[in-house]
Design a protein around this ligand. Structure first.
Ligand code: SF4
Length: 95
Protein backbone atom coordinates (compact mmCIF):
# COMPACT_ATOMS: atom_id res chain seq x y z
CA UNK A 1 0.00 0.00 0.00
CA UNK A 2 2.75 2.44 0.97
CA UNK A 3 4.74 1.53 -2.17
CA UNK A 4 1.70 2.18 -4.35
CA UNK A 5 1.24 5.58 -2.75
CA UNK A 6 4.93 6.44 -3.21
CA UNK A 7 4.81 5.30 -6.82
CA UNK A 8 1.77 7.50 -7.48
CA UNK A 9 3.43 10.52 -5.92
CA UNK A 10 6.62 9.91 -7.90
CA UNK A 11 4.64 9.55 -11.08
CA UNK A 12 2.70 12.75 -10.39
CA UNK A 13 5.89 14.72 -9.65
CA UNK A 14 7.45 13.50 -12.91
CA UNK A 15 4.40 14.54 -14.91
CA UNK A 16 4.37 18.00 -13.33
CA UNK A 17 8.10 18.40 -14.03
CA UNK A 18 7.53 17.34 -17.64
CA UNK A 19 4.72 19.85 -18.08
CA UNK A 20 6.78 22.61 -16.50
CA UNK A 21 9.61 21.88 -18.90
CA UNK A 22 7.51 21.96 -22.05
CA UNK A 23 5.08 24.79 -21.42
CA UNK A 24 6.07 28.28 -20.42
CA UNK A 25 3.57 30.41 -18.54
CA UNK A 26 3.95 33.44 -20.89
CA UNK A 27 3.41 31.10 -23.82
CA UNK A 28 0.22 29.79 -22.26
CA UNK A 29 -1.03 33.31 -21.53
CA UNK A 30 -0.24 34.47 -25.07
CA UNK A 31 -2.22 31.57 -26.49
CA UNK A 32 -5.41 32.59 -24.64
CA UNK A 33 -7.75 34.38 -27.06
CA UNK A 34 -8.15 38.10 -26.34
CA UNK A 35 -11.89 37.77 -25.71
CA UNK A 36 -11.23 35.14 -23.04
CA UNK A 37 -8.88 37.30 -20.96
CA UNK A 38 -10.55 38.71 -17.89
CA UNK A 39 -10.36 42.40 -17.13
CA UNK A 40 -9.18 43.77 -13.80
CA UNK A 41 -11.93 44.91 -11.44
CA UNK A 42 -12.22 48.62 -10.79
CA UNK A 43 -11.48 47.99 -7.12
CA UNK A 44 -8.25 46.12 -7.88
CA UNK A 45 -7.17 48.81 -10.35
CA UNK A 46 -7.98 51.44 -7.70
CA UNK A 47 -10.17 53.18 -10.28
CA UNK A 48 -11.56 56.58 -9.35
CA UNK A 49 -13.94 58.79 -11.32
CA UNK A 50 -11.66 61.82 -11.00
CA UNK A 51 -8.27 62.54 -12.63
CA UNK A 52 -4.91 62.26 -10.92
CA UNK A 53 -3.35 65.55 -11.93
CA UNK A 54 -2.90 65.45 -15.70
CA UNK A 55 -3.41 61.70 -15.79
CA UNK A 56 -6.93 60.67 -16.78
CA UNK A 57 -8.58 57.93 -18.77
CA UNK A 58 -9.07 60.10 -21.86
CA UNK A 59 -5.29 60.38 -22.29
CA UNK A 60 -4.60 56.76 -21.36
CA UNK A 61 -3.58 54.20 -23.95
CA UNK A 62 -6.19 51.73 -22.67
CA UNK A 63 -9.25 54.01 -22.93
CA UNK A 64 -12.00 53.25 -25.45
CA UNK A 65 -14.02 56.47 -25.84
CA UNK A 66 -17.80 56.65 -25.79
CA UNK A 67 -19.85 58.27 -28.55
CA UNK A 68 -18.51 61.73 -27.74
CA UNK A 69 -15.47 63.07 -25.87
CA UNK A 70 -17.48 63.76 -22.71
CA UNK A 71 -19.39 60.46 -22.59
CA UNK A 72 -18.30 57.46 -20.60
CA UNK A 73 -16.42 54.77 -22.45
CA UNK A 74 -14.76 51.51 -21.58
CA UNK A 75 -11.26 50.32 -20.89
CA UNK A 76 -9.35 47.51 -22.57
CA UNK A 77 -8.11 46.17 -19.24
CA UNK A 78 -10.47 47.43 -16.49
CA UNK A 79 -14.07 46.26 -16.13
CA UNK A 80 -17.16 48.39 -16.42
CA UNK A 81 -18.09 51.87 -17.53
CA UNK A 82 -15.16 54.27 -17.48
CA UNK A 83 -15.32 58.06 -17.24
CA UNK A 84 -13.00 60.01 -19.58
CA UNK A 85 -12.06 61.96 -16.44
CA UNK A 86 -11.36 58.83 -14.39
CA UNK A 87 -8.01 57.38 -13.42
CA UNK A 88 -6.52 54.14 -12.11
CA UNK A 89 -3.09 52.84 -11.16
CA UNK A 90 -2.77 51.08 -14.55
CA UNK A 91 -2.72 54.40 -16.44
CA UNK A 92 -0.32 54.49 -19.41
CA UNK A 93 0.23 57.63 -21.49
CA UNK A 94 -1.35 57.58 -24.94
CA UNK A 95 1.38 58.07 -27.58
S1 SF4 B 1 -6.18 51.68 -17.58
FE1 SF4 B 1 -7.07 52.85 -15.90
S2 SF4 B 1 -6.53 54.99 -16.42
FE2 SF4 B 1 -6.34 53.79 -18.30
S3 SF4 B 1 -8.34 53.95 -19.31
FE3 SF4 B 1 -8.35 52.06 -18.10
S4 SF4 B 1 -9.30 52.72 -16.17
FE4 SF4 B 1 -8.62 54.58 -17.19
Amino acid sequence: MSNDLNFSRRSLVKRIALLAGTASIPGLIASVPAHAKAKVSQANAKYQSTPNGDKKCSNCLQFVPGKSANENGTCKIVEGTISPNGYCVLWVAKQ
